[in-house]
Design a protein around this ligand. Structure first.
Ligand code: ADP
Length: 266
């Protein structure tokens, strides 16, 4: 398979921001992704739905190379993840090159994973200063703006332990945004939160979507998927079972597996 994506007749690239083709992944012989094809357009919000164990998290982790894939290809913004083509052959990228690709993708995990010994502001400034080499002054200015964006303008000096779970998740979102990612991946960002804290995190995500961020969100929040997603993708057993507009898939699922999952979600 070629490392390059097709170009249009006029020579301009017509690729989606994320283009995944026949992605497979096994753990110890257990194939958890069985040939996933998925395209996500720039600015699109896609929610991944499906029962626990269906491979949603693994697929997200493959996109940003926290897991290596066994087969298939993933491109993000035209870059083939993990590989480069040289003399017609594909070569694995070096760790440094993989890190550079990963820097363009923001990820927010189920459990907030802030640095506990750093304030909210320091958490957000860390990567821009240490990894991207920004000046502290510039990184601080941006971090303060991001704290404002996630509704935590008054918390720059708070340590994670002094923040609620919802506040910590909002700092985690701000921290991911600080590297100006092309794509944001969310892995059940609200599932570890007390119910009363879910709304404040979803609100920040909703605003991000409205601002045009390309997002792939693994979630069990059906109302969020219905309201914010441009498309929902239902996965089960390592395959995409069906996908489409939320109103079609959630209100009128075609496949028995989707119907039975949605019945259980109600
Ligand atoms: P989902 O996000 O849909 O709940 P996951 O991608 O987390 O599904 O998991 C899919 C399957 O892969 C599960 O059976 C899980 O136990 C297995 N799995 C995920 N990560 C690993 C790993 N690092 N080692 C072994 N098995 C794993």
């Amino acid at each position: 398979m070629s490392a390059t994506q097709p170009t249009t007749a006029t020579g301009t690239t017509a690729y989606p921001l994320v283009h995944a083709v026949n992605v497979t992944k096994a753990f110890h012989g257990n194939e958890v992704l069985k040939g996933i094809d998925m395209d996500v357009a720039k600015g699109e919000v896609v929610c991944l739905l499906g029962p626990s164990g269906s491979g949603k998290t693994t697929f997200l982790r493959c996109i940003n190379q926290l897991e290596s894939i066994d087969g298939g290809r993933i491109w993000v913004d035209g870059d083939l993840m993990g590989y480069a083509e040289k003399n017609g052959h594909l070569h694995h990228l070096s760790d440094k090159q993989v890190a550079a690709q990963r820097r363009e993708i923001g990820m927010v995990f189920q459990r907030w994973n802030l640095f506990p010994h750093m304030t909210a502001l320091e958490n957000i400034m860390e990567a821009p200063v240490q990894v991207a080499g920004q000046s502290k002054a510039k990184a601080k200015e941006r971090a303060l703006a991001l704290l404002d964006q996630v509704g935590l303008k008054d918390k720059p000096s708070a340590y994670p332990a002094q923040l609620s779970g919802g506040q910590q998740q909002r700092v985690a979102i701000a921290r991911a945004l600080a590297m100006d990612p092309k794509l944001m991946l969310f892995d059940e960002p609200t599932s570890a939160l007390d119910p009363e804290l879910v709304g404040e995190v979803l609100k920040v995500m909703r605003q991000l979507a409205q601002d045009g961020m390309t997002m792939i969100v693994v979630t069990h929040e059906m109302s969020f998927a219905r309201e914010v997603a441009d498309r929902v993708v239902f996965m089960d057993g390592g395959v995409v079972v069906e996908q489409g507009a939320p109103k079609d898939v959630i209100n009128n699922p075609q496949h028995e597996r989707t119907k039975s999952f949605l019945r259980r979600m109600r």
